[in-house]
Write a protein that binds this ligand. Structure first.
Ligand code: AMP
Ligand code: MG
Length: 388
């Protein structure tokens, strides 16, 4: 069994190289720029010629928008002019009335620098920047209608278990509805990823193999269930038979201990434990950070806060536990209220939380009033608005 930190380090050490793609700038919301965006000027542009300024001559000209004047080296720049282009990059019309500036000229070019938000050639968005609405405005301003961003990974999802039926079916005795495929799909969609759900694999090697081979056509394959110690928990065995390199099979966390991470070629494979809260917590600890980096983000781990614990919590020591809580900002500090919870199958109890207390494996009791750490859930902002 390895620690959460060691497990995450292993996951991050085996990420595939990032791919780039060029997309329409409006589609780049929530994406990460793979290339910097440079301020551009407008060219060619046709300006009205309003005169000629010689070095040493008296200055009477004023230049307005859309106007230009021929200026000799050493002459003072007239009022209203904001840049000078070299004559070689311009073309006068036959009658001398107009001049075409063939190449964009940066603001202040060839004259003493002047203050401005961005000059042509200057970087306005660095590579690695996440595109939000403000960045969309910057792209629009500089006419960057196509942008290079990091490609999103293609993700496949497989649920496993003989007892599972689909949402529209009525479970017979001994059966339950598959919910993990849908919570995982929601977690992925909150990251802007649209997973391909391949269905439920029965606890049978042939069917697992067939669905896994299909899933391995994508960049990342996520399975849920079938990784515990039971006789019909066949996921790890099939991983081995398919030649996957298994990097870990147990992590000192609760819930989520039997999390499996494997790879084949550049493909990543996560075998998440079947209990609904285990699958959720395991995804947030390992799958989210990996997928986020593939998308080009520096880090996408859930934010953590520290605050006042409102009531005592007890746990058997040994593994780091993630326990549902409601956290609230109280003027100058966070309050953290543990919620009633019946364990890793209790997705109803967990669904009432907006955060998870991180209960250290070295402790057996967290006292009321103690400062403890909590991880905000991915949809924290939405959840914390409360219900009408
Ligand atoms: P497993 O890891 O396959 O032994 O599953 C552990 C527990 O999670 C069992 O009680 C399963 O019935 C349950 N479980 C497994 N997969 C799912 C799923 N897709 N949706 C809801 N519960 C599941
Ligand atoms: Mg199972």
């Amino acid at each position: 069994m390895i620690s959460i930190e060691e497990a995450l380090e292993l996951v991050l050490a085996h990420l595939p190289a990032k791919r780039m793609e060029e997309i329409d700038f409006q589609s780049s919301l929530g994406r990460v720029l793979a290339e910097r965006v440079i301020a551009t000027g407008n060219a060619p542009v046709r300006l009205k010629c309003v005169g000629e300024i010689r070095a040493g001559g008296g200055l009477v000209l004023r230049i307005g928008p859309g106007e230009a004047a021929a200026i000799m080296t050493g002459a003072p720049v007239p009022e209203g002019a904001d840049a000078v282009q070299i004559v070689e990059l311009t073309e006068r019309s036959g009658d001398g009335q107009y001049v075409v500036i063939q190449k964009p000229v940066s603001l202040g070019a060839n004259i003493a620098p002047m203050g401005c938000e961005a000059r042509a050639g200057e970087t306005v968005l660095e590579a690695g920047r996440c595109v939000g609405p403000a960045e969309i405005a910057v792209l629009a301003t500089f006419g960057a209608s196509r942008v290079k961003v990091y490609a999103r990974p293609r993700v496949a999802l497989i649920a496993t278990g003989d007892e599972l039926v689909e949402v529209e079916d009525t479970p017979r005795p001994g059966q339950i509805r598959n919910s993990n495929a849908y919570s995982l799909s929601g977690q992925l969609r909150l990251m802007g990823l649209e997973p391909e759900y391949l269905g439920i694999a029965r606890d049978e090697k042939g069917e697992l193999r067939r669905l896994m081979l299909d899933g391995l056509q994508r960049d990342v394959l996520i399975l849920t269930g079938g990784v515990s110690m039971g006789e019909y928990d066949l996921v790890k065995e099939v991983f081995e038979e398919l030649g996957l390199q298994i990097l870990f099979t147990r992590v000192a966390m609760k819930p989520g201990k039997p999390t499996v991470f494997a790879r084949k070629g550049g493909k990543l494979v996560f075998g998440l434990p079947g209990n609904p809260v285990s699958t959720f917590v395991s995804f947030e600890n390992f799958v989210r950070p990996a997928l986020g980096r593939i998308c080009g983000f520096a880090r996408t781990e859930l934010p953590r806060i520290k605050g006042d614990l409102l009531s005592e919590m007890k746990q058997k020591p040994g593994r780091t536990a993630f326990l549902p809580a409601w956290v609230e900002w109280e003027e100058d500090h966070w309050s953290i209220e543990p919620l009633p919870w019946k364990g890793s199958a209790d997705i109803i109890g967990f669904s009432r939380s907006n955060a998870a207390v991180i209960f250290p494996g070295s402790r057996d009791c967290l006292r009321r009033g103690e400062i403890v750490e909590a991880m905000l859930l991915p949809d924290f902002v939405l959840r914390s608005r409360g219900s009408a």
